[in-house]
Design a protein. Structure first.
Length: 253
């Protein structure tokens, strides 16, 4: 279609399709060239596509977003879940715990993939569900990685749910601890017998792409084991960040 006849919808769909069919997560320049748009025009459209969840930005590269994943029964080759799946499997094997992948949405985080050992079948995967920041480690890690001025929608959602912001048990203190520590942890907030620890994948400062979360029985995530879990989790996060940026080889499945 000649460029003069292309509508705004045409341009947006061209970019979504270009992201999906790219042999590796493309950069802005790659996408602008592929669809025949000026870089500035492509960037403006991509900002809206990222905001609506059709495209996911990882540092200077773009991947299919959660809206695409939710509408498709099979993720595109370079989708976040496809890239991350071997990392989740490896981390679950190392820890013998459930591992999930979460992405940030408007008021919480959504679980987009899970690897759960058979022995933990009694723990819900929460796959596809949106998790609030005041009850789960995943969204807490993601929101703590955001600039403070970008946290307002998540704070408001917690207040609407009746959770305090102030005090040692308030959400602001939880966010400060997670921001300083680099990890978020919870024990029994959603299920009294389940604990979890999470770390955000942040290829570029202030732009968390996703979070990896290790989940298991509270009795198995005690202080003695927590340090080992954090080390395994940090290694997995580094691997996934490398895959997203194109600087790391794929993890064997």
């Amino acid at each position: 279609m000649p460029q003069a006849q292309r509508t705004a919808v045409d341009k947006a769909l061209d970019l979504v399709e270009a992201v999906a069919r790219a042999p590796r997560p493309p950069r802005l320049t790659d996408l602008a060239e592929a669809v025949g748009l000026h870089r500035a025009t492509a960037y403006r459209i991509l900002v809206d596509l990222v905001r609506r969840g059709w495209v996911l930005r990882a540092d200077d590269r773009y991947l299919p977003g959660t809206a695409v994943l939710l509408l498709s029964s099979r993720a595109a080759h370079n989708s976040l879940t496809t890239l991350a799946r071997p990392v989740l499997q490896d981390l679950s094997r190392r820890t013998d715990l459930m591992v999930n992948l979460q992405v940030l949405e408007r008021t919480g985080s959504r679980v987009v993939d899970v690897v759960r050992p058979d022995r933990l079948a009694m723990i819900s995967t929460l796959l596809g569900e949106t998790l609030p920041v005041h009850r789960f480690a995943g969204p807490l890690a993601l929101v703590a990685a955001l600039p403070r001025e970008a946290r307002a929608p998540y704070l408001e959602a917690a207040v609407d749910a009746g959770h305090p912001l102030d005090g040692d048990a308030g959400l602001l203190a939880d966010l400060a601890r997670a921001e300083a520590d680099g990890f978020a942890a919870e024990d029994g907030r959603n299920d009294q017998f389940v604990a979890s620890v999470s770390q955000a994948v942040v290829p570029a400062e202030g732009v968390p792409v996703c979070a990896l979360t290790v989940v298991g029985p509270s009795a198995e995530i005690d202080d003695d084991r927590l340090e080992r879990l954090r080390a395994d989790l940090a290694a997995a996060v580094d691997t996934l960040a490398g895959l997203l940026s194109g600087s790391h080889q794929e993890v064997p499945a």
